[in-house]
Design a protein around this ligand. Sequence first.
Ligand SMILES: [Zn+2]
Length: 247
Amino acid sequence: MPIACLNGIVLSYTDYRENSRMLTLFTAEQGRVDVMARDCRKPNAPFLACAQPFAYGEYELYVKGDRHTVRQCELRESFFSLRDDIDKFTIASALALLCQDVVQEFQRNLELFSLFYISLSHLAYGQGDPQDLLIYFLLHFFRHLGQCPTVTHCAGCGEDLRGHKHLFFSAQAGGAVCAVCAGGAHAVSATALEAMRRILLLPEAELSRVTLKPPLRRELLRLLTGYGRFHHCGGPRAYAIQLTIDN
Ligand SMILES: [Zn+2]
């Protein structure tokens, strides 16, 4: 039977029969892949650690048609601390749902895999606020989907908004808008737009530099979750989780 070797992170799982589990992996090589981990819930089963949410490992798989069964797995990272802290777990779950909603089966998506992996590492081991990480993830996730909100120019008329006193943000229009194009859009602070601009420029390796003050953090989370939900950047389940945190 052919064997595939994939580096993947567990996005979700469903228990199957008495002792097995079906895992949805986000793999570096083939995007989303569903795999069966047989008997992984038996006492002392060798795969159990690799069948937990957010586990990252090298999965050696038997392949039969489009069915994949775990033959063995070398755990690289359990990200255990994510399961030990309710805020971190909640945000990690939202990121996993967002990825699960957009990553296609058997389609490599290394850019998003890297964003997801680095975000989990930062959540698990970084010192920053988990919500700041969520803001970083959402902006780069939107950009990855080709749906980044405009932040320096009006999404309606294209005018450069830097220096404008009255600024607005409209998910419908596609981001920041000027007073003329605002319609019923909510006001947004210049600080929030500038923060989004800077966060979008920040490479993944430097995401620990995102440290926001609470009012700005709340404003950005409100704008970005509303924006993502409106543009269907991932399904509504992920945004439901995020809003619980926001409140
Ligand atoms: Zn305008």
